[in-house]
Ligand binder design. Structure first.
Ligand code: ATP
Length: 316
């Protein structure tokens, strides 16, 4: 039985090395990129049982991703290999820390062809939490139907559904995104939007006001990520702002939101009070900003405790 199962696409990500601009770069670094595997890796490093459900091409890049994610301690037994479609790719140009440009080569990838029949329903039914993002339904009609079906299956079997909207404007129209992401909020128990995504969905920038909109739309817990300021959480019974952890300088902001989700779920699995789970989420998010790469900064238990202990002592 897995503590958390996540469903979604991972790709090989290439970053220009010899020049920050793709048009001039002659060398690229290669890594694994994907919001869902970032969360899975974060949870595995913190000692939880986590499984990743996906599809990869039966190609060299697919083998590379599988080996990397497996090597981080994530169960990859439910990742199918498809001989007819390739593994997706993307390129990440880091022109400045606040000017990161992404080019996708994922149309027609193995994962964008995800079908309900690809997934072993018993695997989902036996988990404690199902984590999904708003990226998967943007990949194709079949990926959309699959993720919605799995959310419904989870709810039917009392598996808590955790949803990060992860809005990707390049993948679909604003109108379609708003409709589908709102549909997914209604099928979720816990929703973790960034404040900009919350504003996109409900046209409201105030965390307290917009949190009410999420609860009114059907979820029971909402946690709004507020960047360096930390986060605001709300349920029917409690709410509060939890301050972020100060960092000397952001090295790479990508993946902080995924680290936050991993930290939060880790806290909930360890049965911390909600406010302490959000505090752990803030710590993991902050740590992820300190290292280049989408998941490299995610801590193990020892590093996390050391970071939180040091910060608490600075506060005193
Ligand atoms: P993304 O999806 O791009 O990773 P997001 O919008 O989902 O981002 P953010 O609010 O940017 O998420 O960051 C997630 C969490 O990471 C924050 O709530 C906070 O806990 C932590 N964090 C992010 N940036 C900083 C920072 N500059 N200093 C300290 N903590 C940060």
């Amino acid at each position: 039985m897995q503590d958390v199962i996540t469903i979604g696409e991972s790709m090989v990500v290439f970053t220009p090395v010899s020049s920050p601009m793709m048009r001039y770069a002659e060398t690229f670094s290669k890594n694994v990129g994907g919001a869902e595997t970032n969360v899975a890796i974060g949870l595995a490093r913190l000692g939880h049982n986590v499984g990743w459900v996906s599809k990869l091409g039966k190609d060299e890049f697919g083998t590379y991703i599988l080996n990397t994610v497996r090597g981080e301690g994530v169960d990859v037994s439910q990742v199918n290999r498809d001989p007819d479609f390739p593994t997706g790719l993307y390129f990440k140009e880091i022109r400045h820390a606040d000017d990161i440009r992404v080019s996708y080569y994922r149309n027609g990838s193995a994962a964008s062809n995800l079908q309900t029949d690809d997934i072993d329903q018993a695997y989902i039914k036996n988990a404690k939490y199902l984590h999904v993002t708003g990226i998967t339904p943007a990949l194709s009609e079949s990926a959309y139907h699959t993720v919605i079906q799995m959310m419904k299956l989870a709810r039917k079997h009392e598996v808590k559904v955790v949803f990060d909207p992860n809005l990707r404007r390049k993948l679909w129209s604003e109108q379609k995104a708003r409709t589908v992401l709102t549909e997914m909020v209604a099928l979720s128990d816990i929703v973790l939007p960034g404040i900009e995504e919350a504003d996109f969905l409900f046209d409201e920038k105030d965390p307290e006001q917009v949190a009410d909109q999420f609860l009114a739309n059907g979820c029971e817990t909402v946690i709004i990520k507020l960047g360096e300021k930390g986060a605001f959480f709300k349920t029917e019974n409690e709410s509060g702002y939890i301050e972020g952890f100060p960092v000397p300088q952001v090295i790479d902001p990508v993946g902080a939101g995924d680290g936050f989700v991993a930290g939060f779920l880790s806290g909930v699995l360890d049965q911390l009070p909600l406010s302490d789970a959000v505090k752990r989420a803030n710590a993991v998010g902050a740590m992820q900003t300190q290292v280049k790469g989408d998941y490299e900064g995610l801590p193990d238990q020892e590093a996390l405790h050391q970071f939180m202990f040091q910060q608490d002592n600075i506060d005193v």
